[in-house]
Write a protein that binds this ligand. Structure first.
Ligand SMILES: NC(=O)c1ccc[n+]([C@@H]2O[C@H](COP(=O)([O-])OP(=O)(O)OC[C@H]3O[C@@H](n4cnc5c(N)ncnc54)[C@H](OP(=O)(O)O)[C@@H]3O)[C@@H](O)[C@H]2O)c1
Length: 247
């Protein structure tokens, strides 16, 4: 008997970084994991690492049609769901005078609107006693340069964590958020030029009380705890940020 034996777990944005590390933790523990992402080849590469019990569904969190289709696929494959990790998200940075409407809409469409409607679409499939975990960010309580839109998209998600927790309480479903600090997933390297990424990482390290970036596995273990272990917690946000939001 393994800790997540035959549990049915959906992870959006499960093809890389934090989502993939969480999928690996659950898959190693015996769970059936369904991961999503937009890029089919990234999903296939992730499935090779996750083993036979994993399923990869191409689904764009910014598309309500994709979210509806995802809920149909989950129902078909799993019936009921034991945990939902709403983790798909993107980062982009720009100072106030350079933010465009396109950038603003893309961040909110994926990070906030997509997350909300994913919970709405999958809520009917959540078993009593199940856990929903949303990925927010340490930046939702900080005022960092050039991250205003991203931070706001995650602050909205933190707020939604509370209301969704209230609304799903009668169904016995807990809703919590994991709030990573800068985590070494490679996302920063993809979002900005290499020299800017290195400068930002140095800045992060210097401001984080623990003086290092987090790992995907550290965030994954917190997400797993919130999904299954935190049986007397709902509406909460758990920071995994080396003390950045607390000290
Ligand atoms: N890394 C950090 O320092 C950090 C800190 C705080 C919070 N976070 C949050 O943690 C979450 C995971 O980020 P990560 O760092 O692990 O990044 P990552 O390695 O880039 O992973 C992001 C995942 O989300 C998927 N994704 C992105 N846009 C999507 C969309 N529109 N629809 C469906 N899937 C989508 C990606 O696949 P495709 O690109 O193929 O779609 C990928 O599987 C995000 O919500 C991010 O905001 C990260």
């Amino acid at each position: 008997m393994t800790p997540y034996d035959d549990k049915k777990i959906v992870i959006t944005g499960g093809s890389s970084g934090i989502g993939l590390a969480t999928a690996r933790l659950f898959a190693r523990g015996g769970a059936h994991v369904l991961i999503t992402g937009r890029d089919r080849s990234a999903l296939d590469a992730a499935l090779e690492r996750l083993g036979d019990k994993a399923v990869g569904v191409r689904s764009d969190a910014a598309s309500l049609a994709d979210i509806k289709a995802l809920s149909g696929t989950v129902q078909e494959r799993f019936g009921a769901v034991d945990a939902l990790f709403v983790n798909a998200g993107v980062t982009a940075s720009a100072p106030l005078d350079a933010v465009t409407e396109e950038m603003y809409d893309a961040l909110f469409d994926i990070n906030t609107k997509g997350a909300y409607f994913t919970v709405q679409a999958l809520a009917p499939l959540l078993r009593e006693g199940s856990g929903v975990v949303l990925t927010t960010s340490v930046v939702n309580v900080l005022g960092l340069d050039a991250l205003g839109v991203y931070a706001a998209s995650k602050a909205a998600l933190r707020s939604m964590t509370r209301t969704l927790a209230r609304e799903l309480l009668p169904r016995g479903v807990r809703v919590n958020a994991v709030s990573p600090g800068p985590t070494d997933t490679g996302v920063l390297d993809r979002a900005v030029p290499a020299d800017v990424a290195e400068t930002m990482k140095d800045t992060y390290r210097s401001t984080i009380p623990m003086r290092r970036l987090g790992t995907c596995e550290e965030v994954a273990s917190a997400a797993a705890y919130l999904a299954f272990g935190a049986t007397f917690s709902t509406g909460a946000e758990f920071p995994v940020d080396g003390g950045a939001s607390q000290l």
